[in-house]
Design a protein around this ligand. Structure first.
Ligand code: 5GP
Length: 192
């Protein structure tokens, strides 16, 4: 998927604090053709997996997840974020520290939308320290389901999330892995 890397190089802006801003095609305005390409790539990469549901987290994962759900012909569920969710009212609840908003969020999925028999493909736009993906994994496990794989559009390889998930034995596929980026020079280098 050279297309995603080219778009990142052409339109991405590196912000202080190791944040890559790609608002023109992923995080604010959405390029649906590119989302479709990313969805197709995940569909190809996980072709040998039986998938019954796609799970992501609001908001920016939803576009990619929707394309993928359509290709697999399975429902897409997105975990909702809230500062106050509790587990008393028919929800699976987990916690994730937001890398971009620097605050702790509860994230939750209503119980009827994840079942024990489920084989779940988790997808998200970015992977940094792995907080969001770990919260989604926790929710799948609370439901008694199985994580069939994890698909990430942009993995920031200089942060620990990808290494942790691979060490934990998850099948993680990232379309673009950033090796390093520098906001002062606005340079971005991808892992080969
Ligand atoms: P993590 O939970 O892995 O630390 O961070 C991943 C989540 O934070 C993603 O859901 C994504 O929304 C957000 N995120 C982390 N790093 C970046 C970044 O560099 N750029 C953007 N746009 N979002 C990021």
């Amino acid at each position: 998927m050279e297309l995603l890397k080219q778009r990142i190089l052409a339109e991405g802006r590196v912000l202080p604090g190791d944040i890559l801003k790609v608002d023109s095609f992923l995080n604010h305005q959405i390029d649906t053709a590119l989302m479709n390409e990313i969805g197709s790539e995940f569909h190809r990469l996980f072709a040998d997996e039986e998938i019954t549901k796609i799970l992501t987290i609001e908001a920016s994962g939803i576009a990619i997840a929707t394309m993928l759900g359509h290709l697999y012909d399975v429902p897409v569920v997105f975990a909702k974020k809230s500062e106050t969710a509790n587990s008393t009212d028919n929800k699976y609840v987990s916690q994730a520290y937001s890398f971009t908003h620097k605050q702790m969020n509860s994230v939750f999925v209503s119980k009827p939308y994840l079942n024990p028999s489920e084989r779940v493909l988790i997808v998200d736009d970015f992977l940094a320290d792995g907080q969001a993906v770990h919260a989604l994994i926790d929710i799948v496990h609370q439901a008694g389901g199985k994580v069939a794989g994890i698909g990430i559009a942009v993995e920031k390889g200089q942060q620990k999330g990808g290494r942790m998930l691979r060490e934990e034995g998850y099948r993680l596929e990232s379309i673009a892995i950033i090796e390093e980026m520098d906001w002062e020079t606005q340079t971005i280098r991808f892992r080969e």
